[in-house]
Design a protein around this ligand. Structure first.
Ligand SMILES: *Cc1c(COP(=O)(O)O)cnc(C)c1O
Length: 422
């Protein structure tokens, strides 16, 4: 619902909206420091309250007391699959198609290697191009370029700059279309089904990175007929800093899914300790080696919270929050050189909103000083993530009021030193 410009929104109206919000109770399932409006859940999700207890239990009881028995008794060994099954409904995947493991970069490498192998062993054997966007998250491009060079078979990564160029680049030489569904900088959301259809019509496979989509927007990988997908659990899924990522391989590709990181966890019988490699049946073959169990176990606390709602409800509130933020910024901060880079069109928008400002870094630091935590991405982009599980309408109001105050008073420091992470 767009706001009616003739009736200015008040803070009281935002508070009233929070009181009516069907997701209101979920906010109490998160630990957030008082006085903070946290708008960076797209980069590091907030901590579910239950996570502390779970961490205590994993470290003190499962590890401390039960020691190595916990691989069986606490289900450590099965965690990647169990968590994958719990995550699956959020992305339109089936049981036995997802594992939570490794990092997004590594999973992307495995999925891309598998996709190139599928093409090399089929009618697409002559195809040599991996198509992606120049604006993609750099690690995705680095991993693709690294793999392409490593293979020494003439593979190349083609970086496109516009939607028209993207459609044109999916041609008879394109082996894999590798895209991030929601752009990390702009919040632009691709039409996954349409692009996948286009890729298939031209003989290419489609690999999707869901880092900024999983837990943020409704996803249906099967309806879109995607070929492979990877994504993060430490962003919108609230798994904790550096929590393992996920990889999705649909049943139809599992038998022919092969990647080069053939560690013992992807073996059919890891404890046979056999000298020869034989891939596990099913999604297990997407694994590689021993996982960071403590971190992995905490992912479950984030996933559990999504079972108390639906992605449709999350999406409805996400759009309401981002609409409210855009409207309030544009109506109350006009004349302060802010430029909206996130699409206004709902279907093309993820769950974060980015504005450029010539002094974006300094303004963001001033916001953080005042308790409004977003982040900054080159060039000039201030990024604000909206996480419906714990962000309210009054939070949006307060964030914009502080932003306006900072801009009106010019209360930001242009001489600030930058930290390693912006
Ligand atoms: C956050 C993000 C990553 C992170 O990759 P890691 O290997 O977990 O560091 C990768 N790709 C995209 C598109 C991201 O947004």
């Amino acid at each position: 619902m767009r706001l009616d410009c003739s009736t200015p929104v008040t803070r009281d109206a935002c508070v009233a909206r929070d009181e009516r919000d069907p997701l209101r109770a979920l906010r109490d399932c998160f630990e957030l420091p008082p006085g903070v409006v946290y708008l960076d859940g797209n980069s590091l999700g907030a901590r579910p309250r239950a996570t502390l207890q779970r961490a205590q239990d994993v470290v003190a009881r499962e590890w401390g007391n039960d020691l190595i028995k916990s691989w069986n008794s606490a289900g450590w060994f099965d965690l990647p699959k169990r968590l994958g099954n719990r995550l699956a409904p959020l992305i339109g995947a089936l049981d036995g198609e997802v594992v939570v493991t490794d990092t997004t970069s590594l999973n992307l490498f495995k999925a891309l290697a598998a996709a190139l192998r599928l093409q090399a062993n089929g009618p697409g054997a002559a195809r040599r191009t991996i198509v992606t966007e120049r604006s993609n998250f750099p690690t995705d491009i680095y991993m693709a370029e690294g793999l392409a060079q490593w293979l020494e078979r003439g593979y190349r990564v083609r970086l496109v700059d516009s939607a028209e160029e993207l459609f044109g680049a999916i041609d008879a030489d394109c082996a894999v279309l590798m895209l991030t569904h929601v752009n990390y900088r702009t919040g632009y959301q691709h039409d996954m089904a349409q692009l996948t259809r286009h890729a298939h019509a031209h003989g290419a496979l489609a690999l999707w990175d869901l880092a900024h989509s999983a837990g943020a927007v409704p996803l249906d990988l099967h309806a879109a007929q995607a070929d492979f997908a990877v994504g993060c659990t430490y962003k919108y899924l609230n798994g904790g800093p550096g929590a393992p990522a996920f990889i999705w391989v649909p049943q139809r590709h599992q038998e022919r899914f092969a990647h080069p990181l053939t560690g013992w966890w992807s073996h059919a019988r890891p404890f046979a300790m056999a000298p020869g490699f034989a891939p596990a049946d099913g999604i297990g073959r997407a694994l590689c080696g021993t996982q960071p169990v403590v971190s992995l176990a905490l992912v479950e606390c984030g996933l559990e919270l999504f079972e108390q709602t639906s992605m449709a409800a999350v999406r409805e509130k996400s759009l309401a929050l981002t609409d409210l933020f855009i409207d309030l910024v544009e109506s109350t901060c006009a004349g302060h050189r802010l430029g909206l880079v996130t699409p206004r069109e709902h279907a093309r928008r993820g769950s974060h909103v980015s504005f450029t400002h010539p002094h974006g870094y300094a303004v963001m630091q001033a916001l953080i000083e005042r308790g409004v935590i977003g982040d900054y991405r080159e060039p000039e982009i201030m990024r604000f993530g909206f996480t419906p599980l714990y962000t309210g309408y009054a939070d949006v109001w307060d964030a914009v009021a502080i932003l306006r105050d900072i801009l009106e008073r010019g209360a930001y420091d242009l001489a600030l030193e930058r930290g390693a992470v912006t």
